[in-house]
Design a protein around this ligand. Structure first.
Ligand SMILES: Nc1ncnc2c1ncn2[C@@H]1O[C@H](COP(=O)(O)OP(=O)(O)OP(=O)(O)O)[C@@H](O)[C@H]1O
Ligand SMILES: [Mg+2]
Length: 233
């Protein structure tokens, strides 16, 4: 049994009379500790997929099992705890609280967790030990994303979900963030899923899930993925 099993997953949004099929039957597995890249063009259903896996959106049909538990059957209350305890999120636009320091931003998230890591340790692990007392406005975009990653990791989640984590960053900074995510995955054994529309990221993944128009077009396993350092796009 795989760590994450997605089966015949569908999501249809109803906009009045109109039905928008965002995810039309996706099936794939992810193994524990893999660095997974979900790649596809705009509108192909990547964010919808990740939101369902992360308990931020409900499933229209099909199932999601994480670590042996069918999370797609969770009640609303169970989903709340699932989001809090089991899932770490990283978004394109960091979503930090502007009037809290880097350390306080991570501590804030830790308050709703069961078994969080030390906030200072989490920030040091992303290379920000020297900036823990800075406010987001005093940090560069790349540094703010590192705070967001530290905040997600400090929850000690089962699964780290990242939606276009480099989307707002310049080339070199984006590469450094991808390297951090890849290293974190391989050094800590944490399972990491990264959404991108950039096909260049495929060769750094342990597993590539290519999506197109709400379907899984292909799943590829790389036995020897490249380091994010070597990326060029
Ligand atoms: N809350 C929603 N209500 C209605 N339609 C939605 C909603 N969320 C997404 N959709 C539609 O579902 C489809 C898939 O959207 P989704 O955001 O998952 O794509 P994506 O692959 O993440 O695209 P992008 O790369 O632009 O972020 C799109 O047609 C989108 O308009
Ligand atoms: Mg998206």
């Amino acid at each position: 049994m795989a760590f994450l099993e997605v089966r015949d997953l569908c999501k249809t949004y109803k906009m009045g009379e109109v039905e928008v099929p965002a995810v039309r039957s996706m099936t794939f597995d992810v193994n524990a500790g893999e660095f997974v890249v979900v790649v596809g063009p705009s509108g192909s259903g990547k964010t919808t997929l990740l939101n369902m896996i992360g308990g931020m959106d409900t499933v229209t049909s099909g199932s999601i099992e994480l670590d042996g538990v069918r999370v797609s059957d969770y009640t609303p209350k169970e989903v709340t705890f699932y989001r809090r305890y089991d899932i770490g999120f990283v978004f394109q636009f960091y979503n930090l609280v502007a009037n809290l320091t880097a350390l306080e931003n991570v501590e804030l998230a830790n308050q709703i967790c069961k078994d969080p890591l030390d906030a200072g340790d989490a920030l040091r692990s992303v290379g920000l030990g020297h900036r823990i007392d800075n406010f987001p406005g005093q940090l560069s975009g790349g540094e703010q994303q590192r705070v967001a990653i530290a905040r997600a990791l400090a929850k000690n989640p089962k699964l780290l979900l990242c939606d276009e984590p480099t989307g707002a960053l310049d080339y070199e900074t984006g590469k450094a963030i991808l390297k951090l995510l890849q290293d974190t995955c391989h050094n800590t054994g944490k399972t990491v899923m990264v959404i991108t529309h950039n096909q260049a990221f495929e060769r750094i993944a342990d597993r590539v899930i290519r999506v197109h128009e709400g379907h899984v077009a292909a799943v590829t396993v790389n036995d020897n993925p490249d380091s994010a350092e070597t990326l060029e796009w």
